[in-house]
Design a protein. Structure first.
Length: 228
């Protein structure tokens, strides 16, 4: 029997002979497929988690193959069916969902920008890039995370945006071109959390470092009209 399947067994309803009992084991591949499908629901929040339902489909295929080879010895076909159905759905639906969000998330009048073009290359001086200078004064849409030390309260109109969860969660001093000081105008506020923030506003590049409490300073600023 395939090593992916469980060796835990239960007696069958009947024996092959008076001297030999037949034991039926629960397919470990089938259970794994269903578990990966359930965990894969997180792929609607984090796109990279779509790897879980892809793996789940592989385990479901293994389980079905084993059911054909050992029809009298394996249990759990219903788990393989449920796992295959859920994983197949997620493999299609999660990428489609993220594609839709990507194509519709930029508000009218703003252009998409990315931290990758703002950050100075490794080994180079940590100063504004040429791409950042070209965006100076432009309305942009950008995504990032709230640096934990940049908000003293749970809700604020001012904070520092950083590009990744590592910097966001562990704090510390990021490179200067990895930070944008955000000032929200209007009625909206930012809440202190570790979720990705989506902002639209006017981007500015300071000629020199602007002091920021708790950090070394920033070159980049965003006057945000919208946060979501």
């Amino acid at each position: 029997m395939n090593t992916l399947d469980s060796t835990l067994a239960m007696p069958a309803d009947s024996a092959l002979s008076s001297d030999v009992e037949v034991y039926r084991s629960v397919s470990r591949s089938a259970i794994t497929s269903l578990v990966l499908g359930v965990l894969g629901l997180g792929s609607f929040s984090l796109a990279f988690l779509v790897i879980l339902p892809i793996a789940g489909l592989v385990f479901a295929i293994v389980a079905f193959s084993n059911f054909r080879r050992y029809p009298d010895e394996l249990l759990g076909r219903q788990f393989a069916v449920a796992g295959a159905a859920l994983c197949g759905f997620l493999c299609l639906a999660a990428p489609a969902y993220h594609y839709y969000i990507y194509m519709t998330e930029v508000p009218d009048g703003y252009s998409r920008a990315d931290f990758a073009v703002l950050m100075s290359p490794k080994g180079r001086p940590d100063v504004p890039t040429d791409a950042a200078m070209e965006l100076n004064g432009e309305p942009i849409f950008i995504k990032g995370y709230i640096h934990p030390t940049s908000m003293d309260t749970l809700r604020s109109k001012r904070f520092v945006l950083v590009p990744d969860l590592g910097t966001c969660c562990f704090g510390g001093q990021p490179p200067i071109t990895h930070m944008i000081e955000v000032n929200i105008v209007g009625d909206q506020y930012a809440t202190k959390n570790y979720r990705k923030q989506r902002l639209a506003g006017t981007f500015r590049v300071n000629p020199g470092k602007k002091p920021v409490a708790g950090l070394d300073g920033v070159y980049y600023q965003l006057r945000a009209d919208l946060i979501k």
